[in-house]
Design a binder for this molecule. Sequence first.
Ligand code: PEP
Ligand code: MG
Length: 460
Amino acid sequence: MLNGSEVSKGIGIGIAKVISSSGDVMSNDEFLSEISGMKPGAVLVASHLSPYMVGVLKDYSIAGLVCETGGMSSHSALAAKSMGIPAVYDVTGATNEIKDGDTVIVDGIGGYVYERPTPDVVASYTAKRKKYLADVEQLKSYRNLKTAMADGTEAVIMCNTSDILSVMHAIDEGGEGIGLFRTENLLSGEGAIPDEDEQTRVYSRVATAMKGKEVVIRTLDIGGDKSIPFLDLEKEENPFLGYRGVRYSLGHKDIFTMQLRAILRASASGNISIMIPMITCVEEMRNIKSLINEIKTDLRDEGFEFNDDIKVGATIETPSAAILSDMLARECDFFSIGTNDLVQYVMSADRGNSRVAYLQSVTQPSVLRMIKMTIEAAKSAGIDVAVCGEAASDPDVVPILAGFGCRKFSVNPRSVSEVRRTLSGWTVSDAEKLATDILNIPVDQEIKDHIHRIYKDRMS
Ligand code: PEP
Ligand code: MG
């Protein structure tokens, strides 16, 4: 048995397709040629998978993914999760230990991989898989319910999406809005950035499909572990600390202006807001707001319709933004807390580096304090606050976020029902008590143990 990080829930049993030896990073073309002819039901075992590579797998009904690198909240892991492929990452030595043609079990719940399992292990996992699928089926009854806590306090569960298909999935799963529309897929499309009209068409389609529900479109967030091949991003020593997100956008006003014009034009078709990623200081927000005002003037002169009161908010995902959240709240119409990046920056632990995966936990006390501080700053300023990082999809963490005062969660479409069920089991006062107790615990694992103890007590 091999150990790793459970990055995408579910249990997959299939025949291994091993595509690279340890340490290699493949080009996209090499990857495509390696997987061509891969059979449906295979378990793909790789040393590295980029978000693009995982995206390609939508055309191959694979049973599971095993990756030697990655990290729980790497964009590659998030892609696997949104596609519902059981996946375990950070599995040291997987491409050596597992041979092409081996039977493999991927336990995306516990974070284990079994190579050449005995018939007993296969039988036990077949039963576990059946139980898991029965729970998924049972969760469907939450799809069309309103979100409420056990005392009737209302909450909203929106979805994280990245294309029209995932927006349709969000609607099917009972998402109450789009809390994060990532635009990297759209802008990295066909070998060139889609022009303003094409972007307007896509954003308008999302807004129209959501029928007046909130749609938060995040401007381009490239850099870090996401690149757009045709933009020729300079190679950097520390890409996560480099030219990423808003920094790239402010340095490429042509691309940024085109995107903002498209979002504004699309705002005539529905309830669209603009969210800016990787904000670290007030100046950035001020620059963006004055750019948006200039664009509005141009659009007005050109006779385009748009929502003049469009909300402009920031992803709070850097320690600087969280620490400054009281001041940033005066510049923003809303906050959305991006816990995936917040964890990596607060803990100084690259979200894609498996060697520091043990630090990548949202229940690290320092991370929890930052989240609490941000929610409180938003509340005192009277602006909306949501959590859009993976923490919002985690049933162990959702009650803590609720206890901090969060009532808006933006989650992977597959997690809508589970988060709705979780919230329905907690009153505000129980959640507040949990949050207060947890803030007094200094160690991540002790916090996790405390939560599990409480869940166990509640079940008994
Ligand atoms: C985050 O950082 O938590 C987030 C939602 O954005 P991304 O995962 O795309 O960086
Ligand atoms: Mg982020």
